[in-house]
Write a protein that binds this ligand. Sequence first.
Ligand SMILES: Cc1cc2nc3c(=O)[nH]c(=O)nc-3n(C[C@H](O)[C@H](O)[C@H](O)COP(=O)(O)OP(=O)(O)OC[C@H]3O[C@@H](n4cnc5c(N)ncnc54)[C@H](O)[C@@H]3O)c2cc1C
Length: 439
Amino acid sequence: MPGSKSRTRARGERRPSRAQREAELVSAAIEAAPSDVTDVCVVGGGAAGLVAAIVAAEEGASVVVLEAELECGRSILATGNGRCNFSTVRLDPRRYNDPEFVRATFGQRPLDDVLGFFRDCGLRWSLEDDRLYPLSRQAASVRNVLLARARRAGVQLACGRRLVALEPRDDGWRLRFEARWDAGRRGELRAQTVVLATGGTNSVGGGALTDDLGLERRPLSPALCPVACEDSPLSLLDGRRAQVDLSLVRDDDLLPCWHERGELLFRGYGISGIVTFDLSRRARPGDWVLVDLVPDHGPSELRQIMGMDPEPGCLDGVLDPEVARLLERLACERWDPGAPQLGPTPRDTHADRLVHLVKHLPLRVRGLAAEKGAQVCQGGLLTNQFDPLSLRCASRPGILACGEALDMDGDCGGFNLSWAWKSGLVAGRSAAGLARKAG
Ligand SMILES: Cc1cc2nc3c(=O)[nH]c(=O)nc-3n(C[C@H](O)[C@H](O)[C@H](O)COP(=O)(O)OP(=O)(O)OC[C@H]3O[C@@H](n4cnc5c(N)ncnc54)[C@H](O)[C@@H]3O)c2cc1C
């Protein structure tokens, strides 16, 4: 953990190997044995769980975080390609799968709440388009300020301890956990209130645990990932990037059901890039994706740029020349993948076919390429079992949930972490409230 036992390496001193680092973390985890009775136990020390734990402890509750990994906040380190796009200035509930629930949990000023919390942690940030990043552009800054504040608030971080059973007791809940360094070694603690913050992508046995509680959940499936497309000559564009307008069209529809602008990365298997991640939350096999490669220029302007008698290279001034070359060839060959025709049918001239490809380049969705890395999971605990204002479970007194443990996912661009932080703030505050009442 930062600060605690770490020290600056002397010049020439070698970095500890992975095994040494693991051994250090194991001994730190063994030393940090948690109390066996606590007001609040937060299960999962990721983004949402750390915030919930800090808030509950600052409001006076005793708090233990049970974390399966040997360190809390590891999930944060991988975000935003290591830079952590931790929020967005356009925090719109409609960018999530359950806007009504999000709207209620967010309250009036969710961004002010999130930024106020991080300001008090000592974090500073800057904007890239609508996205917020830590000033250092290092996800470790976000993780470290959370860990430091958790320690100051007196939160006990019980790492390397995976929750394996959760049972109701007269005075709260009994939690049994398994130590990571010794799978046979079980421990237990009692808590009045339990905050489930086990995440989606990193959830370890979360499904089975919530089944024990008799709670309903939607099965997890990956989202925010690249999209695999049916084989086509466009696989030759592997590695090329473009700023595009992307439209999603269902096979039998004549109007796009969704579209968005952003950076697209062509891959041999399909497409990737931020705009594709958002697409992956909506696309189904068989759907068509139509790519407008020059969204700021209409067909007539393109015709003007190409001139009366278009020659090879006529679009090199507006398109990546490699992309332009392939489209010229496809227009010559009258390539027709059978995509739905949006708008008027183009005239059958080389120039019109080329312009049509530039404005409506078609790819057919084969499925998600989740094996290339998914940022979130769709699914989780059904939200209708929780009060959106307090995140308490209606049927299981003393159980709360936050972050991706709930059936909540949002678009790429800071929406998922924003949900984690804000739902963590709400759950932490209500957990402390419950502890006060019980006390
Ligand atoms: C590669 C990648 C990049 C991303 N980049 C961004 C980004 O830039 N911006 C953005 O907004 N979102 C991003 N996300 C999504 C974001 O990281 C998640 O939405 C967010 O971390 C969810 O927070 P959480 O606390 O619910 O879950 P997590 O942060 O995943 O934390 C859950 C924690 O619970 C622990 N746990 C699970 N089961 C148990 C158990 N049984 N017992 C004890 N502990 C348990 C896990 O080990 C984990 O530490 C990214 C995700 C990935 C994978």
